[in-house]
Design a protein around this ligand. Structure first.
Ligand code: OSB
Ligand code: MG
Length: 369
């Protein structure tokens, strides 16, 4: 496809309830959308998962917009006709900024697939028509509040619960959820790097609760520390923040730093690198699941397609739109018996509803060659 221009659009979406993690509390989501328009008038949408502040990762919305405006979009516009599979190579001279790159590649891929009438799921290699869904539950002010929230999500049909943890909010909430809802609940925890290796004995206190996994207990760069921790606790370790490429996944697996991998396309630089990461994990016998970044229906559509690949054997953070947003910018994703349908229309299979998009837009700029 040949890009005529690219729109960078900023939106602000209020969350249905505050979402607290070990790195902060969010009450609304600021998101950068990328819209590619091709010379034949086809549109493609990308969603950048960078958050407002560099707390989950080094990227943040203003930085993503800046690098797209100055470097990434001009490189695309100067390249002439380009296929989505060539975008990563085109952007490779620019270091880092994987979330920004992922959003641009996603938009190009969406445009290409829409014009060729193929779906994301078909292109990525989906083998399922629907995917089982988990939900990520934030840190709460009290255990009773947490039990209310978890009970509500189980009533909605979520098949797996993930509790956000941090020092001071770990063993007790896990124990309380197990006591209230029983051993059959599929349960895991996510620390978002809040611990150090010195906490190994404390984290071993989670062992009796039969957790599916503990996600990213240590620093993003402490892959070796995770390998050491794996020898001191029974709960399987899953890496999120540390897995920035298929190559990083291969290294972490070889080191024994993780038994499970969380795949987030934004963190990996795009859906195509996400698929390669899946392939590396499958080749090593390591199960994967699809992470989430509070996406709108656009990113959610692509995530659900990815989660339908064969190696995604664990439920992902692919919750329904209503988990975060009272009104999505696309037709909402609605949970059916714990599952979401994989869209099968061309490209993402969903598009923003124009009036909804206008309501949440805070800024827009058009970049042309
Ligand atoms: O660590 O998986 C994470 C949200 C924002 C940043 C990081 C993470 C998360 C979540 C929620 O856990 C995932 C979702 O439901 O979209
Ligand atoms: Mg995580």
């Amino acid at each position: 496809m040949m890009a005529d221009g690219v729109e960078l659009r900023r939106i602000a979406m209020p969350l249905v309830s505050p979402f607290r993690t070990s790195f902060g509390t969010a009450t609304s989501r600021e998101i950068l959308l990328v819209r590619v328009v091709t010379d034949d008038g086809t549109e493609g949408w990308g969603e950048c998962v960078a958050m407002a502040a560099p707390r989950y990762s080094s990227e943040y919305v203003d930085a993503a917009a800046d690098v797209l405006r100055r470097y990434l979009v001009p490189a695309l516009l100067a390249a002439g006709p380009v296929r989505a599979h060539a975008v990563a190579g085109l952007l490779a001279p620019f270091q880092g900024h994987r979330m920004a790159k992922a959003a641009l590649e996603m938009a190009v891929l969406d445009a290409e697939l829409r014009s060729e009438l193929r779906s994301f799921g078909h292109e990525l290699g989906a083998v399922r028509e629907k995917v089982p869904c988990g939900v990520s539950v934030g840190i709460m002010d009290s255990v009773p509040e947490l039990l209310d929230a978890v009970g509500g999500f189980l009533d909605e049909g979520y098949v797996r619960i993930k509790l956000k943890i941090e020092p001071g909010w770990d063993v007790e909430p896990v124990r309380a959820v197990r006591e209230r809802f029983g051993d059959d609940v599929v349960l895991q925890v996510d620390a978002n790097t809040a611990y150090t290796l010195a906490d190994a004995r404390h984290l071993a206190r989670l062992d009796p609760f039969d957790l599916l996994l503990i996600e990213q207990p240590l620093d993003e760069e402490d892959v070796l520390g995770h390998a050491d921790l794996a020898r001191q606790i029974k709960t399987p370790i899953c890496l999120d923040e540390s897995i920035t490429s298929a190559r990083a996944a291969a290294a972490a697996i070889r080191l024994g730093a993780c038994q499970v991998v969380n795949i987030k396309p934004g963190r990996l630089g795009g859906y195509l690198e996400a698929r390669r990461t899946h392939d590396v994990c499958v080749a090593n016998g390591v199960p994967v699941w699809c992470g989430g970044m509070l996406e709108t229906g656009l990113g959610r559509a692509a995530n659900v397609a990815l989660a339908a690949l064969p190696g995604f054997t664990m439920p992902g953070d692919t919750s329904a739109s209503g988990r975060y947003y009272a009104a999505d910018i696309t037709e909402p994703f609605v949970l059916k018996d714990g599952y979401l349908d994989v869209p099968d229309g061309p490209g993402l299979g969903v598009a923003p509803v124009p009036d909804r998009l206008t309501e949440v837009t805070t800024a827009s700029e058009w970049l042309a060659g």
